[in-house]
Structure formats: structure tokens, C-alpha cells
Design a protein around this ligand. Structure first.
Ligand SMILES: [Fe+2]
Length: 157
């Protein structure tokens, strides 16, 4: 596996940060352009990251996992979480699309809850994969590095 292969984690975590900002801005401070961007970006970016994991990372994990039966169960659960996250991302995108085009935020508490449920789930999923899957898949544990730091996104380490 190539050494830049945890970039998809950063993409997902950046999306979570942006969604948290939207959730915090509801209802009166919401940035409609940001909602529209997120509506167009969230699901395709998530699907791309999931495809990379399922096509590249998970097979490498299976090959190296010491306990293959347990590893298969783990991957099955992670794949289900991908499906659940994509379904929720689709619903979020639809709501943000309408807000981005000028619709009112009719139930900010419910939308905020939906956004928080999503990004908390994605963050837990990423944390599990980076701690338990990526090290066995030929990657490396991803420390809490920021862009530009050695070993962080954008560095050549
Ligand atoms: Fe995943």
C-alpha cells in the first residue's frame, strides 16, 4: 500500500469539521453557500473514500490480519457502517441542498441532531480504522497531525 493512503481519512475528517460548523450555525447564522457546497460534495467524497477502503485497504488488512475470521467480522461491520453513513449523507445532502437554495431551516434541532449523529459516527469509524485496520493493512497509525506537519497531510514524509 502506498504511503499516502490515509489521505481519505483526512477528507472525511475535514467534511466532519465542516458539518460541525454548519450544525453550530443553525439556524440564523447558516452559510447557504457552504450548505450548497456540502450538499454537492458530501456523498461523492464519502463514496470515493469508502471505495478506496473497500478496494485497497480492507484486502490488505485481510492479507495481514493474524485472526482472519475475526478480521472478516470486523470488515463486515465496517462495510455496514459505510452503507449507513452513505444513507444518512444522502439525506443530509438533500436538506442542505434546499437550504443552500434559500429554503428556511424548518427544524434546526432535528437537522443539528442529524448532522451531529453523522459526523460523530464517521469520526468513531475513522478512529477505529486508523487504530486497528490501517496498521495491519501496511499503513501506519495516524497521529493527530495537522496539514503541513511532518507526516501530516501534504507532507512528503
Ligand atoms: Fe471506513
Amino acid at each position: 500500500m502506498c504511503k499516502g493512503s490515509n489521505a481519505h481519512f483526512w477528507i472525511k475528517l475535514d467534511l466532519c469539521t465542516a458539518l460541525e460548523a454548519i450544525a453550530d450555525s443553525l439556524p440564523s447564522l447558516v452559510d447557504r453557500a457552504q450548505c450548497l457546497w456540502m450538499a454537492e460534495t458530501l456523498l461523492p467524497a464519502l463514496q470515493m473514500a469508502h471505495a478506496f477502503e473497500e478496494d485497497v485497504v480492507y484486502p490488505a488488512f485481510c492479507k495481514e490480519a493474524a485472526f482472519r475470521v475475526e478480521g472478516q467480522r470486523t470488515l463486515a461491520r465496517l462495510r455496514v457502517e459505510h452503507v449507513e453513513d452513505e444513507a444518512l449523507a444522502e439525506e443530509i445532502s438533500e436538506r442542505l441542498f434546499f437550504i443552500g437554495h434559500g429554503a428556511g431551516v424548518e427544524n434546526p434541532e432535528a437537522l443539528g441532531f442529524m448532522l451531529r449523529t453523522f459526523f460523530r459516527s464517521v469520526r468513531r469509524h475513522v478512529a477505529f480504522e486508523r487504530e486497528h485496520v490501517l496498521p495491519l493493512a501496511g499503513g501506519w497509525p495516524m497521529p493527530n497531525l495537522q496539514p503541513g506537519q511532518p507526516g501530516g497531510p501534504g507532507s512528503e514524509q
